[in-house]
Design a protein around this ligand. Structure first.
Ligand SMILES: Nc1ncnc2c1ncn2[C@@H]1O[C@H](COP(=O)(O)OP(=O)(O)OP(=O)(O)O)[C@@H](O)[C@H]1O
Ligand SMILES: O=P(O)(O)OC[C@H]1O[C@H](OP(=O)(O)OP(=O)(O)O)[C@H](O)[C@@H]1O
Ligand SMILES: [Mg+2]
Length: 323
């Protein structure tokens, strides 16, 4: 099985789907979905050593854990919930900048004296004394909740497993409080719930995740190299700019000081009249000001599509992990 292809698992629906295919598209990796939206297998245009599985975000976690997929895009919240020992089974390669959601503990806004996890002890005691039953927490994040509540020293409660519309549980009387994800806070507000001051359990976003258990054949490693190289090249281009400056030949200045001040580099070396610099996007205008101040005759700034460099820390980390 040494030429087994690389299996890449991509969300087939939901909030992560569109962002995931846009992300691969920017990196020059076009997802081709066989015979239309209901075909759950696909390919990467121009990369024959790759098979794509279109799965739900939570199924992607299961495939990464079992080794059924080499790489996948999914939410960190789902990985941490499903895999108690996540770091032994998977490697988080890079956060993707979309799918942001916080996993939070939320209680009714009407509980004005309840602000922190420690206050939940009193709520639990009160429920026991007055109604003779345990405080109930509605959630589908059962494992994350158990761990977080244990770390906070809250032990007198019961989990009511929720399959959806978790925020409705306190209103309908099936639980006193909830643990769920929130992005804009609109659903919590609509259900008159508030997040406890120390109730943010996890700040999650979509990640590119690698399976440690998968059959990392030479062909699969080659394909991963190609994919991660393009992803890094796109990221480097998106976060940096190329600055070209035409200089007055006879006028000396401290180039090293300028490079250092803005974290700029000279990827093509130094020549007397023209400099090509690379700099973080946020530092562009400071660098331009300094170049003008030392007498530059013309400065241009360009966005690039891709920046390829021989070193790829993400790939190195993956290969190091696989041994
Ligand atoms: N506002 C949001 N609501 C829900 N999920 C979000 C939100 N923002 C980001 N996400 C991410 O998307 C993931 C859920 O994706 P989605 O609902 O498509 O998959 P799923 O829950 O596995 O599928 P299903 O709901 O069919 O079980 C979350 O776990 C989280 O990582
Ligand atoms: O903070 P907000 O921006 O309001 O978003 C949070 C809500 O969105 C998600 O539900 P979703 O619509 O995905 O339904 P689901 O729970 O059935 O997956 C999540 O479970 C919350 O209910
Ligand atoms: Mg969902």
């Amino acid at each position: 099985m040494s030429d087994a292809p690389l299996i890449l698992a991509v969300p087939s629906k939901g909030r992560l789907q569109e962002n995931a295919s846009a992300f691969f598209g920017r990196a020059g990796l076009t997802l081709a979905q066989g015979r239309g939206a209901r075909d759950y297998r696909g390919t990467l245009a121009g990369l024959p050593g790759v098979e794509i599985l279109f799965l739900s975000a939570s199924e992607i976690v299961a495939q990464l854990a079992s080794g059924g997929a080499h790489l996948g895009v999914t939410g960190e919240d789902l990985v941490r919930e499903a895999l108690p020992d996540a770091d032994a089974l998977v490697e988080f390669l890079t956060p993707l900048g979309f799918g942001h959601a916080n996993v939070v503990v939320a209680v009714p806004q009407a509980w004005i004296d309840v602000r922190t996890m420690a206050d939940l002890d009193e709520v639990a005691e009160d429920l026991r004394a007055r109604h003779g039953r345990k405080m109930r927490v509605a959630t589908k994040y059962v494992n994350l909740t158990r761990r977080f509540f244990a770390d906070a020293g809250v032990t007198d409660y019961r989990i009511v497993e929720s399959l959806g519309a978790t925020e409705g549980a306190p209103g309908s009387g099936t639980a006193e409080l909830i643990v769920d994800i929130t992005t804009t806070g609109a659903t919590l507000a609509a259900n008159a719930l508030k997040v406890l001051d120390d109730g943010v359990m996890l700040r999650s976003e979509a990640n590119l995740v690698a399976s440690v258990r998968a059959d990392w054949s030479p062909a699969a490693r080659d394909a991963a190299r190609t994919i991660l190289t393009r992803i890094s090249a796109e990221e480097a281009a998106r976060t940096t700019r190329e600055v070209r400056a035409c200089l007055e030949p006879a006028r000396p200045f401290d180039l090293d000081a300028i490079l250092e001040r803005h974290g700029a580099t000279l990827p093509y070396g130094v020549s007397e009249r023209e400099l090509t610099l690379r700099v973080a996007k946020a530092n562009v205008f400071g660098l331009v000001d300094d170049l003008m101040a030392v007498g530059a005759l013309d400065v241009s700034v360009r966005a690039l599509d891709y920046v390829f460099r021989p070193a790829n820390p993400v790939l190195d980390r993956l290969l190091g992990r696989l041994g």
